[in-house]
Ligand binder design. Sequence first.
Ligand code: PLP
Length: 407
Amino acid sequence: MSDFDPSAHLSERLRCMEESAILRMSRLTRELRARGRDIVSLTLGEPDFDTPEVIRKAACAALEAGYTHYPPLPGFPEVRAAIAEKLREENGLDYGAQGVLVTTGAKQALANAVLALVDPGDEVILPAPYWVSYEILVKLAGGVPVVVEAYAEHGFGLNVERIARAVTERTKLVMINTPCNPSGAVFTREMLEGLADIVRAHPRMMVLSDEIYEYILFENARHVSIGALPGMLARTVTVNGFSKSHAMTGWRLGYAAADPAVISAMAKMQGAITSGVNAFSQRAAITALAKARPEADRMAADYARRRTLMAELLAGMPGMRLHLPAGTFYMLPDFSDLLARLPQGMPRDDVALAEWLLVEHGVSTVPGSAFGAPDTLRLSFSVSDADIREGVARLRAGMEALAARSG
Ligand code: PLP
């Protein structure tokens, strides 16, 4: 063996990517399963459906037709045009095809945008709860994440007054996600108008709006794109993709839409790292947009059914407060009152609670502090009915045991 230690040569940049509570929970779950423990997981962050057949067939046809070469960096013109048309028709966003960039998942769209817009020292407002990757991306760019909490009792909406107070002259960006992972909140037009007022009044502030759960809405919830509000188009980078809406997580297909100058900068970033997106995935996007909306709606209807099932099973659970999600396939119950009353040696925060539930009761959940929402747990209902029933039963057994120990 050489005495050279490669691990001592890793970049400083990696420090912002230390093991998250989420990865730790996945590791623990794997370890327990390897030892033969039966664990029910309510952690899944992706649709449990297969990609609709019509889309799969389109990708096969594209392969047969020879779409196996390097694609154009920003995306095939027809794909950009189809996305621009979708955004115009469904979201009231008129960016045009030149204002669209096809990306390797919505994640790359977010990364391109943050790296293209944020300089070291720039502040980026993250209304919490936020998706974990946002904070990492901001730190990777050398930016300063400024976390602004929403209130659980208001269903984790956008807390516009707090955001207004967090703005400084160094603020560059605010990153929003509606419908929101992990809370399931859908930001109302009124909330978004409040945020737009703040953004328009600032000389250089922009919005990065992640709308990837757009189609998964419940009851009367309506999705509003902040970029469609007056004066907001040029100040907004809209991010979306096919992973959640069309059950296409493995295809790595997403997009960003913005002012063409911003899109060119983002394309430059993408060109330096990955180039254009997988050619046959891209071709299938045309079919997904033109033909697969009924399938997307059927999947959304099934999440609605499972949301009702989970909500019924959770009803009356001791030590828990729950605001039902208006979108996505997650719930974010709050356990703060119970955790504050538990004695030493018992779980006193969400990370300890998630670990305790996993080890003692065999149910895996995601601690909310990973999303800037302490004392909550994220429960996914993108799992089978059987897992919803058994997972919630285990959660209930755990919460009843804890409630009996609380002061
Ligand atoms: N944005 C949010 C809020 C997500 O939850 C996810 C995936 O979990 C993504 C973006 C990334 O999606 P994609 O698979 O398109 O990269």
